[in-house]
Design a protein around this ligand. Structure first.
Ligand SMILES: Nc1nc2c(ncn2[C@@H]2O[C@H](COP(=O)(O)OP(=O)(O)OP(=O)(O)O)[C@@H](O)[C@H]2O)c(=O)[nH]1
Ligand SMILES: [Mg+2]
Length: 285
């Protein structure tokens, strides 16, 4: 897929992060629980340097529960501080507060020794576009302080948010990276809506979804579209278009319309909770 996914504002955002990292104690990275591999920008490793880090596997309400557990075990086994979240709900905030406190305990103790009391923990919240950074900050703050929206590129500039006297968060624009290592990365990011739909080939994404669903969650396409999987994903796309009435004026299949429907269905859980990448996929890379 030849796509221009690295617009100028992302270059600027990365530069700002390189500066702002000096001001924070902790880097909180939001990953998408459906694609925990492709949703983690390798640039963040470089930007983080030796700073404390944690991973929030967000949108875990859309991901497969079994896979969520597998990922938690993976992070635990690799000594990475991680939590599952649905950033729209405040349910996980208690656990998260505790994790942040645990992570920053040593630093607090050092501060105290040097006579610095009550200095708030500062954390930079980073992640790919549309992963839920601003939603997370709003939930954590208990009020709508950051702008959100269901498309990539809503946050354009950084924004400091004082949550309480002990925590300050920096909201940042979603950033991708200039070159994907393998083709699957771009496809997976496109499937969940992290790359602007305007620059993507709708049918190619829908075919990617069809192929994936048949491989990982066989039977769910049939349940939703009443069509047996047979032949190629493209042929399946054509059949679903005819079955579901995605038609052009002359009665022929409207493949773009059908592709949009399938993509929306995947993103809005009408094909069930799905996880596209599993821990074992890391080894295969
Ligand atoms: N189902 C579900 N939806 C979520 C979750 N977190 C965020 N969303 C939705 O995802 C969309 C994007 O959320 P934002 O908070 O704007 O994402 P962002 O990472 O700040 O995006 P950019 O600023 O564009 O980089 C919104 O429609 C949110 O309601 C979650 O945990 N589960
Ligand atoms: Mg945002």
């Amino acid at each position: 897929m030849a796509i221009q996914w690295f617009p100028g504002h992302m270059t600027k955002a990365v530069r700002a992060m390189e500066e702002d990292i000096k001001l924070v104690d902790l880097l909180i990275e939001l990953a998408d629980a459906r694609i925990p591999i492709s949703s983690r920008n390798p640039e963040f490793d470089r930007i983080a340097g030796s700073k404390l880090r944690m991973v929030i596997m967000n949108k875990s309400d859309l991901a497969d529960e079994q896979a969520n557990k597998a990922w938690l075990s993976y992070y635990e086994a690799n000594n990475i501080s991680a939590v599952l979240m649905d950033a729209r709900s405040s349910k996980g905030t208690g656990e998260l507060k505790k994790k942040i406190a645990d992570l920053c305990a040593a630093k607090k103790a050092r501060d105290l020794k040097r006579g610095i009391k009550n200095r708030p923990v500062r954390a930079m919240v980073v992640g790919i576009p549309n992963v839920g950074k601003s939603t997370f900050i709003n939930t954590y703050a208990g009020r709508a302080v950051a702008k959100t929206g269901n498309k990539p590129g809503v946050t354009r500039g950084k924004q400091w948010i004082k949550l309480a006297k002990d925590l300050e968060l920096l909201d940042t624009p979603g950033v991708l990276w200039p070159k994907f290592d393998d083709e699957a990365t771009g496809m997976h990011l496109a499937m969940i809506g992290s790359i602007s739909d305007d620059i993507l080939d709708k049918q190619e994404i829908a075919c990617g979804i069809i192929g994936f669903m048949e491989e990982r969650y066989a039977g769910r396409l049939k349940e939703r579209y009443e069509e047996d999987y047979d032949g190629t994903p493209y042929e399946m796309l054509e059949r679903i278009a005819l079955k579901k009435g995605c038609l052009k004026k002359g009665g022929e299949a409207d493949l773009d319309k059908c592709a949009g429907m399938i993509t929306d269905d995947l993103r809005s859980m009408k094909l069930g909770r799905i996880t596209i990448e599993l821990p074992e996929d890391i080894i295969q890379k």
